[in-house]
Design a protein around this ligand. Structure first.
Ligand code: MG
Length: 331
């Protein structure tokens, strides 16, 4: 276990055993309002719409997060928030989360309790009607968490990526580029002399307290804005997990259109190419007021040679890669 920011870690998962660990975690999680909740073989959720949306997203120590940079609370928050964001991007309201987690045997139980606290804080802040309705625990040499989220469409049509029409307005909700700036800060200042992520360097440099790095560790997706966009007639929508250029490219290809971004509103750099912001990108019919939270950033054109333009010039629809960027700076 290398969640190093816990100086009094207490007993480990292996010492305490699965049943007690589960008991200590479940009581910290948000309950929500399932028909049948945790403790039976399955949870039962209401689906008043007659359909439900479902999504899943996994986080693995190494490729997806580093203990040197993220606390257990951060990981719980982010695992919940990224899944809630995908539900919102369909125009649905999150109704339940199912969480599967595998931790090394020597993981302090307190780390899993703090993970659960992060899940609870995210749900309370972002989707208070949602709850954790079930899950599973296992062991693995690599800390791994998988969250599945369910959501209700409330009788509305789901908002797909494929519905944008030429003439539509392109709009976003949420801030652009902060998570990428935060991750760049961690890669620059939160590493040791050998270039490895380092808790000591992160704290000593102040990168730990950087507000953009906090956004990278704890994204704040505008969950309610997804339902508002659906209600306002959004023609297409997705959440910004890989950056405006890549995700805009996905929406453009699915809808068989070209997005033209306004260069006076969208700057080059992290706002265009940075990932993990988890705002919402949506298109709306022209000539109508945008729902609260959304601002215009461009317009939809007939499908051309490129997926995304900025002021008429092609935007590469590849993501900003912090590893490549940082390697370049170091080398
Ligand atoms: Mg998504």
């Amino acid at each position: 276990m290398d969640a190093k920011d816990d100086s009094q870690p207490g007993p480990t998962v292996g010492e305490v055993g699965e049943l007690e660990v589960l008991d200590r975690i479940v009581r910290r999680l948000p309950a929500g309002d399932p028909v049948i909740g945790p403790g039976d073989d399955c949870a039962v959720l209401a689906a008043p719409d007659g359909r439900y949306v479902v999504t899943t997203d996994m986080m693995v120590h190494g490729p997806d997060f580093r203990w040197a940079w993220s606390s257990p609370e951060d990981i719980g928050w982010k695992a919940a928030a990224t899944n809630l964001s995908d539900v919102a991007a369909m125009g649905a309201t999150p109704t339940g989360l199912v969480i599967a987690l595998a931790a090394p045997q020597d993981t302090p139980v307190s780390v899993l309790e703090r993970f659960a606290d992060g899940v609870r804080l995210a749900v309370e802040a972002l989707a208070p009607a949602c709850g954790v309705v079930g899950g599973d625990l296992s062991t693995s040499s690599t800390f791994t968490v998988s969250v599945t989220a369910f959501g209700d469409l409330g009788g509305r049509a789901p908002v797909l990526r494929s519905g944008a029409e030429p003439g539509d307005v392109v709009a976003v909700s949420g801030e652009l580029g902060r998570a990428a700036r935060g991750l760049a800060r961690l890669f620059r200042d939160g590493v040791d002399a050998a270039g490895e992520p380092s808790r000591a360097a992160t704290v000593a440099s102040g990168a730990d307290a950087d507000s953009d790095a906090l956004r990278q560790r704890r994204p704040v997706p505008p969950i309610a804005d997804g339902v508002a966009a659906a209600g306002a007639g959004a023609t297409a929508m997705l959440d910004l997990s890989d950056g405006l250029a890549i995700d805009g490219g996905r929406l453009a290809r699915a809808s068989r259109v070209t997005l033209d971004l306004d260069p006076t509103v969208v700057e080059e750099g992290p706002a265009l190419h940075g990932g993990e912001d988890h705002g919402l990108l949506a298109t709306f019919p022209p000539g109508m007021p945008l729902p609260a939270g959304f601002r215009r950033i461009g317009s939809v054109r007939e499908r051309g040679e490129h997926d995304v333009l900025r002021g008429g010039r092609p935007v590469p629809t590849s993501g900003w890669d912090p590893y490549a960027d940082w390697d370049g700076a170091a080398g």
